[in-house]
Ligand binder design. Sequence first.
Ligand code: SF4
Ligand code: SF4
Length: 319
Amino acid sequence: MEYTNAPGHIYDIQGYAVHDGPGIRTTVYTKGCPLKCLWCHSPESQRHQFELGYLPLKCLGADLCENACIKACPEGAITRDAPSKLMGKDQMVEKIKIDRAKCSGCLKCADACITQSLYTAGWNTTVDEVYTRLMKDVSFFENGGGVTISGGECMAQFDFTLNLCKRLKDSGIHICLDTTGFAPTAQYGEIMPYADLFLYDLKHMDSYHHKKLTGVPNELILDNARFLARNGAALQVRYPMIPKLNDSAENIRATAEFCKELGDAVQLVQLLPYHKAGRTKYERLGWRYRLTNVEPPPESFMEKALEVFKALELPCQIH
Ligand code: SF4
Ligand code: SF4
């Protein structure tokens, strides 16, 4: 099958993924997403540009590395912080702090940092490069696993994702696309023959609330789900349940009814309870986490929500 060695930018490739579709999978995380969900647990995925991350635990202190990052910064955005303990030792060192308002994102400091305490979230790549990496995991894909292309929003880098799918399909690899549904319908039509399963998010059935939570309305997302279902695609619907934001009885019922409307295309509905796992990533990027007062929903609540989906005879599970 003809494909193009299209360029792309990604921020991670993770092997042995067991929550990104059937079997054991390797997941490619593309950068850039048109949505900005309040609960996003991968903030480094949101922008197309590469981010500067800082992990203070790994920092040796500015004395030991002779101010490497401070000297590398052309904007004077990095200065010494108050003394704190070096990891695993009693020794006090002066680590660094970044004035994000001054930072231009040149990433010179990350190049200068030998411990990778300062790091770049994301890198440029190509279809061939990613394919070669993925094929190292091919033995894990037996018994129903494969590759999942996630994000960010993988459809936001359409040429890269489409051509990676073509290349993988040629090798008989099972492909999942993890998508927000927010991309042109024609692109879903074009990529559909190469995707075995769409992991498809439904975040709120009311467009006004959807926009408040994610930054975009939901009409295109719902239309694309209908389009995919009508044209024979397989869908695994994912409903992230965020207390007080999208877990009203009305929204749970509307989501279940919409899944029912999609018919046999829906192979599974997953109710995903809110979790706080991504919170520290915001600190590393110097971003503010906006859901500080939200706690994961109790199991009993999730079970009750699941009953609504079961009542409509939908294949469904929590997680
Ligand atoms: S990325 Fe920001 S902090 Fe780092 S060297 Fe460039 S301007 Fe300075
Ligand atoms: S961030 Fe890196 S370069 Fe800067 S002081 Fe710490 S270890 Fe040294």
